[in-house]
Design a binder for this molecule. Sequence first.
Ligand code: SAH
Length: 210
Amino acid sequence: MKKFDYQKLADELRHKGIENDCVLNAIAQVPRDQFVRSDLKSYSTQDSALPIDCEQTISQPFVVARMTEIILKRKKQPEKVLEIGTGSGYQAAILSKVIKEVYSVERIETLYDQAKKKFEALSLKNIHTHYGDGHLGWSEHAPYDAILVTAASPEVPSALLDQLAIGGIMVIPIGDSRHQALIAITRTKKGFKEQTLDPVIFVPFLPGTR
Ligand code: SAH
C-alpha cells in the first residue's frame, strides 16, 4: 500500500491560517487516501474537495480543519459532537482524534455503509454512525456540545437547535447552491446567538433518505 505524507498538508493548512495544533496533528495523522475514490488517491494530499460516490464530495481539508478548530475554541471543550452528513467519513475521522464521542448521520445508505466499514478498518471506535435524515438530528444521544453540518441548507433545521446543549455551538453552511456562508450559532441560557464566518461551497442538505 502506498503511503502518503499528510504532514505537508498540515503544514500547508497552518500557512493558510489554521492555528490549533490538535487539529493540525489530526490532519497529519488521518490517512485521507482511505476516504477518497481509489482512482483519486494521489490527489488526497492536496487541499481540495474531491468527488466521492453518489455524486457527493469529500470536503476540502482547510474547511474540515476550520470547522473543527471553531468548535474547539470554547471555554469548555466539547466532548460529544454530532456531525450531519457523514459522506466519505473524513470529517468524522478528524473529529474522532480531538473529541471523545462523535455521532454522525448520513442520508445515503451506500455512503453510510462505506463509512461504517472505514471506521471499523481504522479502529475509530469513538465514531457512532446513523442512517437517517439529518433534519431530525439524532435525538437519542442529545444534547450535543457541538453540531457540525457538512451540507448547505437555506435555513437552520429546528431539531438541530433543540439538540444543541446550553453552552454548545453549531457550525452550519447556510445558503443556496451558489452563495453560502459558514454560520456559528451558540446556545446560551437565554437563547441563540449567530455569527457569520467564511464563505464556503458545500453540496445541498436534502430531505429524506435514499
Ligand atoms: N463530512 C463529509 C462531507 C460529505 S458531503 C466528508 O468529510 O466527506 C455532504 C454529505 O451530506 C453527503 O454525503 C450527503 O449525502 C449528506 N447529506 C445531505 N443532506 C443530508 C441529510 N438531510 N441528512 C444526512 N446527511 C445529508
